[in-house]
Design a protein around this ligand. Sequence first.
Ligand SMILES: *Cc1c(COP(=O)(O)O)cnc(C)c1O
Length: 470
Amino acid sequence: MSNLLRNIPSVNELLESPQLRTVVKKLNRGAVVSGVRDFLTNFREEIQTAVSDVNIPTATELADQIADWIIQTEQPKLRPVINATGVLLHTGLGRAPLAEEARNAIATVADGYANLEVNLESGARSQRVDAVEKLLCQTTGAEAAAVVNNNAGATLLVLAAIAAGRKVIVSRGQLVEIGGSFRLPEVMAQSGAILAEVGTTNKTHLEDFEAAIGEDCAAMMRVHPSNFVIEGFTATPSLEALVALGHKHNIPVIDDVGSGALIDFAKYGVTGEPIVPASIKTGADLVLFSGDKLLGGPQCGIIVGRKALIKQVATHPLMRAFRVDKVTLAALAATLRLYQEQEIAEERVPLLSLLSTPIENLKNRAERLAPQLAALPSIQSAEPIQDHSFLGGGSVPSQKIPTYCVALTPTEGSIDQFAQKLRLSSPAIFGRVKQNRLMLDLRTVFPRQDTGLMSAVRALGSQPEPEQEK
Ligand SMILES: *Cc1c(COP(=O)(O)O)cnc(C)c1O
């Protein structure tokens, strides 16, 4: 055993190998030295604890292994991936991809300093929301706006700012859970507002709201049940009716629309999504939504509505904890600017361009890619097939969007092993497993990524099995 250990080359010897010298040039000496040490420590441990005989690799083999390992571990943990899952707003994959205009705006403000809270004309202190407020008012029709880290934050902040210690009336059919950690009753409790549930799971009437109104009532709230539908014997008061009731009793109506569509998505086959400008027009006093769902912008929570209420929200102490940085504001402003012209938004906002890609285009790409993929050694069969994509991001799973996929069967291994290999390939590819095949859904793959997709699958064929144990 100790003989074996003595045969392992020293750190210095390894660092002198051509393989590791190349890695030093790519990364830096410090990272490579500690990488070699870590690898050797693990390797010695493996030898000492091995139950059977261990073959010590030659110095060259060892240098090769260490070089690969260091390059692998030095890769950023957060990397770009090709989303071939067909889920357009995949929370695990970062929801909406940003428009080129938004990416450029990020690069521009990230490059140095920016007038985040300074008015250029007067030189005096200004509000950071100034970067987007006018655009938000233009695109939604609201009087004023505030922006926070996400819609969960927007909900918590709004409730804390306008309803702490007082009642907020919500229909029992709208006490939603979104993505596990966002549960409206719990958010409400955290905010200090008192939840006043009215109606039943399936039916809530305007009279239920009216009966709950009293001295200690701060607001009525409507929550878009984003991820489920109640069908059958159901009733919910319309926003219009709630607004009229609110006005009568001087109680604001908060509308959590969730996904934040600025335009009607019905033309993409996505129905039932509330439209922010429509909600403002109907008279909701505060409307809350996410920036990275149907708006197709950066992660943030947007609050639009009446000036006095927005002021109350924006001056609450929690605002400081939830505020967004210059990078988010720059990306949001650039995305909103695209919405000033709906046609431009449809062309330039990636979510909208993916959604509006004609099925014929996807079919052509699938038919072109399938034979190329089928010719690769790691692929047994590749077939273009019609299927459905999903909106995702906490939307109703029944919203099916027609698509074309390439259905892959690997030459060897299980479908889950194959899916893992693709996730670990370069670029990383996420597909969707269906009926023991790996579907590459082209609805969510940008045409420019087709070559990356091909090269990643091609590389699988010429590579030995990825080493999992280290
Ligand atoms: C998605 C969603 C939220 C949470 O928004 P995040 O931006 O993910 O924090 C809250 N309410 C509704 C109705 C939603 O759909």
